[in-house]
Design a protein. Structure first.
Length: 313
């Protein structure tokens, strides 16, 4: 029997109708896997062994009372066949320490995604591997330098490098009297590296989340369309999700990005496409499984475990 653990944020706080980690637990349980649940603060190293306080878990596909936990047990992480690292950002030093713990597991324990690659593939910076796919941008913490580039870029989007869900993202331009305070805020007065991307007007048609399994794209995306009162398409910020088949350009981008993801051991990822451009590569805890499953009758988490069984176990 395959023994699986999911490292995630507290399960009592999730929305089971939308949570992709929950979808993975449901799919693993359906396959007869022995399923376990870990919060990152319960992982540690002692006597050079990666260990954690772990709960066995049973999940139910319902909006209330969606899980049951077995009593906590101290467990050597090497006893698991698969560990899914699904903790949400922020991607801070504690997250990096968590990847170091997971990296201490032996070769028979398969961590998805690869811990070193989680450190290497910053979700904003990682787009720089694919310049043929990305909008005009600058990455820096130097406010004067950022301003000089914004002057020639027109409308831009300002993003912190370690956030998620649309948090602390601004739309601005060189003529915006709030530009200085926006850059001071996001860079924390020039101490935090920030990405500035040229604004893509096609955001009104949706910020498409394309899910990637072992370098291959799921053939449908969730286009997250901004509300009338916001420029951000993030569902957490009031955006509306609409299922769409991948366009020819979406396939082109997926075929460029996919081999790099596979080579780095990034087994499950979500790439974000606005118009013709790749804007982010999400590797920590990409979402939208449940929405796409519901719209198209898919079983994306099941497809993920098909690949795990074929290519890893």
């Amino acid at each position: 029997m395959t023994k699986l653990a999911v490292v995630m944020d507290p399960i009592e706080s999730i929305n089971p109708a939308k949570d992709s980690s929950f979808a993975m637990l449901l799919a693993a349980q359906k396959r007869g896997y022995e399923t376990h649940y870990i919060t990152a603060d319960q992982m540690f190293i002692a006597h050079s062994k990666a260990q954690a306080n772990v709960h066995g878990i049973a999940v139910r596909d319902q909006s209330r009372d969606w899980f049951s936990l077995a009593p906590e047990q101290l467990t050597d992480l090497n006893t698991f066949d698969v560990i899914l690292m699904r903790k949400d950002p922020p991607f801070d030093m504690e997250y990096i320490m968590d990847t170091y713990v997971l990296e201490q597991t032996d070769a028979n324990t398969h961590v998805i995604n690869n811990p070193q690659s989680l450190r290497d593939a910053n979700e904003k910076f990682f787009t720089e591997y694919f310049p043929e796919c990305t909008p005009e941008n600058i990455i820096s913490r130097n406010i004067t330098l950022l301003k000089s580039y914004i002057k020639d870029m027109g409308d831009v989007i300002v993003k912190p490098m370690d956030g998620m869900g649309g948090n602390s993202i601004f739309k601005t331009s060189a003529n915006d009297k709030n530009l200085s305070v926006i850059l001071e805020t996001v860079t924390q007065n020039g101490t935090k590296t920030t990405i500035i991307q040229k604004y893509i007007p096609e955001i009104t048609q949706g910020d498409k989340r394309i899910l990637m399994i072992n370098g291959q794209a799921v053939p449908y995306a969730l286009a997250r369309i901004p509300s009338d009162s916001d420029f951000r398409g993030n569902l957490a910020k009031g955006g509306t999700g609409k299922g769409v088949p991948l366009s020819n350009n979406d396939w082109r981008i997926a075929e460029i990005v996919g081999p790099k993801l596979k080579a780095m051991g990034i087994f499950f990822a979500g790439i974000d496409v606005i118009g013709d451009y790749l804007t982010e590569v999400n590797v920590t805890s990409p979402t939208c499984i449940r929405e796409l499953d519901k719209i198209y009758g898919l079983d994306i988490a099941g497809d993920l475990f098909d690949c795990v069984e074929k290519d890893i176990l």
